[in-house]
Design a binder for this molecule. Structure first.
Ligand code: IPM
Ligand code: MN
Length: 340
């Protein structure tokens, strides 16, 4: 039986160990994956100087999906210039594969600030300040200038906004909140707000709201229940989803799907957390974010049934365990697999 062709990039730190648990749980659903491991990340870079060779990128295009653990050098590692792996591997994949939606769902676990809340952040994933526009003038002189622009195309904003509206339209609450900073970012903010306003009539049953990003940070902590679907730009989405992770029980639970909704190539699924080198190899990393990310992958591959079973198993595990009772990485993977 041939399975879904999935590329696995375990990456650095706890990445490989959490991926292992995610694949264990997928196997337990009965969904067959035909996986290929890719040796990419800090070790590979230190060994060979390669971050993401062009031919490897081309090879990755041939898969249905990519499961990624984490990339990033250990804190204090001075052999790898800061950002080399993040930009050269992760961001390059997001841009090259046109993964224009970064979908980050949150469910507040028992005891968390957002306990009982369930919301999703749709983060634009290929533009904004991440696009790399800008540069230096007079570098190294007392009159040095550094600019870092935010790139917002009508096409890029609109496709992301449409995705968010369509997602909201299929949820019980049907609410969409644009988060931006339109009072200050008058060009980018104006384009986002106009785009949202113009698309809105096509989704007449979706209630539309707007929050400034600073206010959204307060609301996420004080009234997380007010959110259903949030749509926002790349940098605001990066920051907001770390905050959303923290109020929902910790970044160890936060999953993400980097989607190419047009399906012109593979989409990429990864936990929001990083490589956490300090706990790597100790068998104590929380694999739930990776397992949840694998469920998002199955969903996108059309295996809705298996995905739903994993979601249910994760929530029943979290409810039953009252968090922290089981802390071993592989024991958590086993427990999720058993509850399927
Ligand atoms: C994330 C990460 C990345 C980002 C880094 C590693 C480049 O923080 O996926 O949220 O900023 O997007
Ligand atoms: Mn981030």
């Amino acid at each position: 039986m041939s399975g879904h062709r999935v590329a696995v990039i375990g990456g650095d730190g706890i990445g490989p160990e959490v991926c292992r648990e995610a694949l264990k749980v997928v196997a337990a659903t009965g969904v067959v994956l035909d996986t290929t491991d890719f040796d990419l990340g800090a070790d590979r870079f230190v060994r060979t100087g390669d971050v993401l060779p062009d031919d490897t990128l081309e090879e990755l295009r041939g898969f249905e999906a990519i499961l990624l653990g984490a990339v990033g050098p250990a804190i204090g590692d001075t052999t790898i210039p800061p950002g080399t792996l993040e930009r050269g591997l992760l961001l390059r994949l997001r841009f090259a594969l046109d993964l224009y939606v970064n979908l980050r769902p949150f469910t507040g676990v028992p005891g968390s600030i957002a306990e009982g809340c369930e919301f999703v952040v749709v983060r634009e994933n290929t533009e904004g300040t991440y696009a790399g526009e800008g540069g230096f003038l007079r570098k190294g002189t007392p009159h040095e200038v550094a600019t870092q622009g935010s790139v917002n195309t009508r096409m890029g904003v609109e496709r992301c906004v449409r995705f968010a509206f369509a997602l909201a339209a299929h949820r019980p609450e049907r609410r969409l909140t644009l988060v931006h900073k339109t009072n200050v970012l008058t060009f980018a903010g104006d384009l986002w707000q106009r785009t949202v306003n113009e698309v809105a009539p096509e989704f007449g049953d979706v209630a539309l709201e707007y929050n400034h990003v600073d206010a959204a940070c307060i609301y996420l902590v004080e009234q997380p229940r007010r959110y259903d679907v949030i749509v926002t730009d790349n940098l605001f989405g990066d920051i907001l989803t770390d905050l959303a992770g923290a109020v929902s029980g910790g970044i160890g639970f936060a999953a993400s799907a980097n989607l190419n909704p047009a399906r012109t190539g593979p989409s990429l699924f990864e936990p929001v957390h990083g490589a956490a080198h300090d706990i790597a190899g100790k068998g104590v990393a929380n694999p739930l974010a990776a397992i949840h990310s694998a469920a998002l992958m199955l969903d996108f591959l059309g295996e809705d049934d298996a995905a739903a079973r994993i979601h249910k198993s994760i929530s029943s595990f979290i409810d039953a365990e009252q968090l922290g009772t089981t802390s071993a990485t592989s024991a958590i993977g086993d427990a999720i697999a058993e509850r399927l």
